[in-house]
Design a protein around this ligand. Structure first.
Ligand SMILES: *Cc1c(COP(=O)(O)O)cnc(C)c1O
Length: 451
């Protein structure tokens, strides 16, 4: 491994050439034909970012049906962190699928589910007895974390934060801050959900201590601690704009929760599994959550999610109160075991830090030359640029969306985010070669210069 953590053996992928290659305009004719079928057959509410038909992916590229090879700076939203179609995942999945595909863990338990729980209990922060429960999606994990916290405390209220994103199911819509597109027209929402102000250093200029005092005042004076079961927060906001809270903010919240008998739930669905340069972002801030929700990067692309935390909290539910037909599917568990082993043994947190160094260097240079980039922030392979009107600092969503569209048309998949839609986020797979990442950022710079 080099100084920036470049892996000597490339991870992942059905040995695809690691190159940006455009043989048609995007979308090409085959992709266009699929998107026509999609428009006719798939509900309009299910959108897409890149107008392509994906046929293969690995390393740092996604290949489309027209033979274009796009640089992947999104990992399918921080999912294929260890690399798409990672050879060890493929092998583990193939072996498991030939053995059995499902029994339902609540009917006939199997070893891989237990092994995933053991691994999560071991690698999550906190030197205390832990237990886990497995689910299918991030939203389902968050819902269950709230159920567990309510059952344990005997209280009902839950606090989420400005700019927070926790999913699209009914309870998690209530926890999610942003109305459009996540909530608009989909109410009524679950009750006993409250919102507190976040620490957003670029926009509020507050120290971590001051931002925490502001949030705690809302919780004490407006919500009341008597009925408060849990606080749910992403250590770094994902969909909300890769907002890194000021130093001390999260620590003060954890201390306050502990002093007031409130369960602190860290939603690490986007930040978990080496993404931020540590196994979990909680470690970056030196906090130890009571419960932690995980999904996305956990199983190399297979659907799996978990709640992990203090054994006495996790055990509060009566038998049969937690679970689901597919939760902890054996194929997903087989993949997760391989992924977790790779995170631990292949130095992937270090690789995320190396990628973060490249992203930060390039985006900081762009910011120095172009005042429309107001802020560059994030940790590890989770870095974003926030676009603003240089005169007023107002969010510039139009520029953001135009730059992102140009990047995709030029063969680089980038994702936007942010409450104001003015953030481009970079979440490359950790298997991306350095030169491909640099080329992707060249395309971003050219797209910005052209607008
Ligand atoms: C993606 C995400 C979720 C929801 O996960 P799904 O698997 O899409 O249900 C919840 N919380 C955070 C922080 C996320 O990034």
């Amino acid at each position: 491994m080099s100084a920036t953590g470049t892996l000597t053996t490339p991870l992942g992928g059905p040995s695809l050439p690691q190159e940006r290659r455009l043989v048609t305009s995007i979308p090409g004719p085959r992709s266009r034909a699929l998107l026509e079928r999609k428009a006719a057959a798939v509900a309009a509410g299910v959108g897409h970012t890149a107008p392509i038909e994906a046929v293969a992916a690995g390393g740092g590229v996604v290949v489309d049906a027209d033979g274009n090879s796009l640089i992947d700076l999104g990992s399918g939203i921080a999912v294929t962190t260890i690399g798409n179609a990672h050879p060890k995942i493929v092998e583990a999945v193939q072996a498991q699928v030939a053995q059995f595909t499902h029994t339902c863990f609540m009917i006939s338990p199997y070893e891989s589910y237990v092994a995933v729980a053991e691994a999560l209990n071991r690698i999550t922060p906190g030197e205390f007895a832990k237990k886990s429960a497995l689910f299918n999606s991030g939203a389902e994990a968050v819902e269950n974390a709230v159920k567990i916290a309510r059952k344990f405390t005997g209280k009902q209220a839950v606090v989420a934060f400005d700019h927070g994103y926790h999913g699209r199911t009914n309870l998690t819509m209530a926890l999610t801050a942003k109305a459009m597109p996540y909530k608009s027209g989909f109410g009524p929402f679950a009750s006993e959900i409250y919102r507190a102000p976040l620490s957003y250093p670029f926009r509020d200029g507050l120290s971590g201590a001051d931002a925490a005092a502001r949030a705690i005042a809302v919780m004490e004076k407006q919500i009341g601690v008597d009925g408060l079961a849990a606080v749910v927060i992403e250590p770094i906001q994902g969909e909300g704009g890769f907002i890194v809270p000021a130093d001390g903010f999260l620590n003060a919240l954890v201390d306050w929760c502990r002093a007031n008998g409130v369960v602190f739930i860290a939603d690490e669905i986007q930040t978990g599994f080496a993404r931020t340069g540590a196994m979990f972002a909680s470690e970056v801030f030196g906090i130890v959550p009571d419960l932690i929700t995980t999904a996305k990067g956990i199983a190399g692309g297979l659907p799996l999610a978990a709640v992990t935390g203090r054994a006495e909290i996790m055990d509060a539910s009566h038998a049969g109160g937690l679970g689901g037909t597919y939760g902890g599917n054996p194929v997903a568990c087989a993949a997760a075991l391989v992924a977790i082993e790779a995170f631990e043994e292949e130095g992937l947190a270090q690789r995320a830090t190396g990628i973060g160094d490249i992203l930060t260097r390039r985006l900081t240079a762009l910011k120095a030359a172009d005042p429309r980039i107001g802020d560059v922030r994030g940790r590890g392979a989770m870095i974003a640029a926030e676009f603003v009107d240089p005169a007023t600092g107002a969010p510039d969503a139009a520029l953001t969306s135009a730059v992102a569209k140009s990047c995709i048309a030029d063969g680089v998949i980038v994702l936007t985010c942010g409450t104001y839609g003015n953030v481009i986020r970079f979440l490359p797979p950790l298997s991306i070669p350095d030169d491909l990442l640099e080329e992707g950022l060249d395309v971003v710079a050219a797209a910005l210069a052209a607008h």
